[in-house]
Design a protein around this ligand. Structure first.
Ligand code: NAI
Length: 461
């Protein structure tokens, strides 16, 4: 019997779509070649956050004396840190398996390939094949690391984020190619664990797509923490000596060479499109083309998540998953990409929602207002020993409607939720300032930045 919906890929896009469609009593199957949970649960968001929590504990212990707590030297048991991460990952992947079962989704563990617009061939690890059919298909096959084809890219010791999350022991030094989110988060983790970190980024600033003020301030903070950062620098080659790697890169001051134990490639990700290569799908370099309903150019096939190249974030994939499942079940739901929180888990954290200052200036022809509030003026931040960072709010100058919120500071990633809701509901700075925020909390900084935007700063000179 054919399925109503077959979903290819069990990451946060695919499994969420499957659960949703299962709840609506559709006949649904999900095909996944690896572990359920995809990159997010197995090799991305969750394992990095487990390691970052361990890194944050190291940082806190190092500062404990300031809070009147005397400890002995910090010792890092890397093996236990890895085991803790694996336990968390296993708990969550098991949870996904149970949720799929509970919602009546049939899971196939194999590699899917579309033979035509309704037929999927599944190849199992044993080599055995099975063919299934479905009326609607949702492609959620994700992305994988871009390998820059420079000389030496395949040398032993040159790794991607997949291996970087499961290193058996801590190296003494690591050079990271790419100062995007992956390079910066992994650089933060390993630097805190005592690894000598150098980041080489091609563009003039780290973290492309972030507000410029945040890029510059976070760079200063990371450099103070001991990370060496080269921007406007392009890696040319990697060579191997007896037990080290020498990376050659061009900077504006000339060619440089740095010797490290490992080289991590974190120069972006590319969509996984092998499953549909024989189909007449519109596939661009950035991913499978979809319309605002997540339909591809083939009427019964939808695509969601990293494979669409829209925004390689787990939470966007899940949202697309629910939207595609609704549409596959007969609704007409459009995707709205206006409010996408972007989070970077360093210490302090970064979160941004909506337009950056540069984008807002362009779109509103400089008719914008900006409010800022530094965490050094926040009572709660000071009790936590956090003095770095700020909240920056951008609005249009006619209605004071919130267009963008950028936060560098403690728990920024949690504070982003209020900002996301504010932009979604088209809140004005007056409405944010007029909302009573609990005291003492970090969220008061969002309210204070709104007062500042209105020219009525309270706890700021
Ligand atoms: P990215 O596109 O964010 O950054 C890659 C960086 O590498 C860019 O700044 C680029 O200019 C640089 N680069 C490229 N070639 C280079 C070369 N030859 N030499 C030096 N630099 C070079 O990609 P990234 O960091 O790999 O992340 C992939 C995706 O995963 C992103 O879309 C990101 O948003 C997502 N992600 C999200 C996380 C989060 O939400 N916390 C965590 C990790 C990843």
């Amino acid at each position: 019997m054919p399925y109503d919906i077959a979903i290819i890929g069990g990451g946060p896009g695919g499994y969420v779509a499957a659960i949703y469609a299962g709840k609506k009593k559709a006949k649904v199957c999900l095909i996944e070649r690896d572990e359920l949970g995809g990159t997010c649960l197995n090799r991305g968001c969750i394992p990095t956050k487990a390691l970052i929590h361990s890194a944050n504990i190291v940082s806190e212990i190092k500062q404990a004396k300031r809070f009147g707590i005397i400890t002995r030297d910090v010792q890092i048991d890397w093996n236990t840190i890895q085991k803790n991460k694996e336990t968390i990952v296993k708990t969550l992947t098991k949870g996904v398996e149970n949720l799929l079962k509970a919602n009546g989704v049939k899971t196939y563990k194999g590699t899917a390939k579309l033979l035509d617009k309704n037929t999927i061939e599944i190849t199992y690890q044993t080599g055995q094949k099975e063919t299934i059919t479905a009326q609607k298909i949702i492609l959620a096959t994700g992305s994988s690391t871009v390998i820059i084809p420079i000389p030496g890219y395949d040398l032993p010791g040159v790794i991607t984020s997949d291996e970087a999350l499961s290193l058996e022991e801590l190296p003494e030094s690591m050079l990271i190619i790419g100062g995007g989110v992956i390079g910066i988060e992994l650089g933060y983790i390993y630097n805190t664990m005592g690894v000598d970190i150098t980041i080489v980024e091609m563009l003039p600033q780290i973290l492309p797509r972030q507000d410029e003020e945040i890029q510059k301030e976070l760079r200063k903070i990371l450099e103070r923490q001991g990370i060496k950062i080269y921007t406007s620098s392009k890696v040319k080659a990697i060579e191997k000596t007896e037990d080290k790697l020498i990376t050659t890169f061009e900077t504006q001051e000339g060619v440089k060479q740095i010797t490290t134990d490992r080289v991590l490639m974190a120069a972006g990700r590319k969509p996984n499109t092998e499953a549909v290569k024989d189909l007449n799908l519109d596939i661009q370099k950035t991913g499978i083309t979809v319309d605002e309903y997540l339909r591809t150019n083939i009427q019964n096939i939808y695509a969601i998540g990293d494979v669409t190249g829209k925004s390689m974030l787990a939470h966007v994939a899940s949202h697309q998953g629910i939207t595609a499942a609704k549409n596959a079940l007969g609704q007409n739901k459009k995707m709205d990409y206006k409010v996408i929180p972007g989070c970077i888990y360093t210490s302090p954290e970064v979160a941004s929602v909506g337009l950056t200052e540069e984008e807002a200036r362009q779109k509103y022809k400089d008719n914008i207002k900006i409010g800022r509030f530094p965490f050094i003026a926040s009572g709660k931040a000071l009790t936590l020993g956090e003095r770095q960072g700020f909240v920056k709010i951008i609005s249009d100058s006619k209605y004071n409607e919130i267009l963008g919120v950028h936060i560098l500071g403690p728990n920024a990633t949690e504070l982003a939720a209020e900002a996301a809701l504010a932009i979604k509901l088209e809140c004005t700075a007056e409405e944010l300032a007029d909302t009573i925020h609990a005291h003492p909390t970090l969220s008061e900084a969002v309210m204070e930045a709104s007062f500042d935007l209105l020219g009525e700063p309270i706890h700021k000179m």
